[in-house]
Design a protein around this ligand. Structure first.
Ligand SMILES: [Zn+2]
Length: 100
């Protein structure tokens, strides 16, 4: 009968802790909170997938620690995807590219 049960973590919090979550360095309680949020929140789930993808890509392309340059290149292309997602999500007008 309490309302407290339905605790929602908000997206900002999830995105904030995403990196730690992906690295499996969260406490179990926090971890399941994030997981529960991802189950319900498509955009955050996509972010999580992207982060995992970067991690996997970097890990696969180099057994040794990824060179900073490679990591930056991967992160850069991920950023672009995230921007696309963000524009879509918030329905922001894209910055004009050339004359339209
Ligand atoms: Zn969310």
């Amino acid at each position: 009968m309490t309302f407290g049960h339905h605790h929602h973590v908000n997206c900002d919090e999830v995105l904030d802790r995403m990196y730690v979550f992906i690295d499996d360095e969260l406490e179990d309680a926090d971890c399941s909170e994030i997981q529960a949020h991802l189950d319900e929140c498509g955009p955050c789930l996509r972010e999580a997938d992207l982060e995992r993808l970067v991690k996997a890509l970097v890990a696969r392309s180099c057994v040794e620690p990824a060179p900073v340059e490679l990591r930056q290149r991967v992160m850069f292309s991920i950023r672009q995807v995230q921007l696309e997602v963000a524009y879509h999500r918030f329905e922001i007008d894209r910055p004009p590219r050339g004359n339209v």
